[in-house]
Design a protein around this ligand. Structure first.
Ligand code: GRF
Length: 208
């Protein structure tokens, strides 16, 4: 799935954001050091006010903004190719990744529910409205659908009676901050395989 130019070099990753970018921050914190298996080569945003852009600039990572409208997918695809990106990470990216961007590099996404339950926007609110007793976080490969690609890893949490949306969202966010960098690391270390829609990753106690 991931085309590596050489396995000795760090995996070249682009992160796409739309919002505050706390997941981006977790990635920057995990992979910022020299000698890391991953290099975050650029951060793209769907809007110029995305807080993630500030975090990228603070870490001296180049940024770009891809607004809505025709041509966005083509520019995104060209940008990913120019940067020789090997993996795109959607970290709170609230737009659809089109075929040109997906052809440029495979992509993964982090989603705050146990997919296939509650895809799309407002997953935490959907879960609370439904009254589920268990929800969680999913990291999955991106395909042409919305939150439908092969699942790489999931982690569950019990939902407390009367738990507020803010509380649950914050507990899920903390899990995302471990699960997403952990999964990127597994992919960078080539510790995964795919067969159709079934993906298998080799997790150990050090990598959530
Ligand atoms: C996360 O909950 C992620 O699962 C969802 O969007 C949110 C992004 O948060 N897709 P942040 O911008 O990383 O803080």
């Amino acid at each position: 799935m991931i085309r590596r130019s050489t396995t000795r070099e760090p995996l070249r990753v682009a992160v796409l954001v739309s919002g505050t970018g706390t997941n981006l921050q977790a990635l920057l914190d995990r992979f910022g050091a020299a000698g890391s298996v991953v290099r975050i080569v650029a951060v793209g945003a769907s809007n110029a006010s995305a807080g993630g852009l500030r975090r990228a600039r603070a870490a001296a990572v180049p940024t770009a903004v891809f607004g809505s409208g025709e041509g966005r997918d083509a520019s995104l695809g060209a940008w990913l190719r120019r940067l020789e990106v090997e993996l795109t990470v959607l970290a709170g990216y609230m737009a659809i990744l089109g075929p040109e961007a997906l052809a440029a590099a495979p992509a993964i996404n982090v989603h705050p529910s146990l997919l296939p339950a509650f895809p799309g926007a407002d997953a935490v609110a959907q879960a609370l409205r439904h009254g589920v007793r268990v929800t969680g976080v999913t990291v999955h490969l991106v395909d042409a659908g919305v939150d439908t690609g092969p699942i790489l890893v999931q982690e569950s949490v019990n939902v407390g009676y009367d738990e507020s949306m803010a509380e649950l969202a914050s507990r899920l966010r903390a899990i995302e901050h471990e699960l997403l960098p952990g999964t990127v690391q597994l992919l960078a270390e080539d510790r995964y395989s795919t067969q159709g829609r079934h993906a298998r990753v080799e997790r150990d106690s050090n990598t959530r």
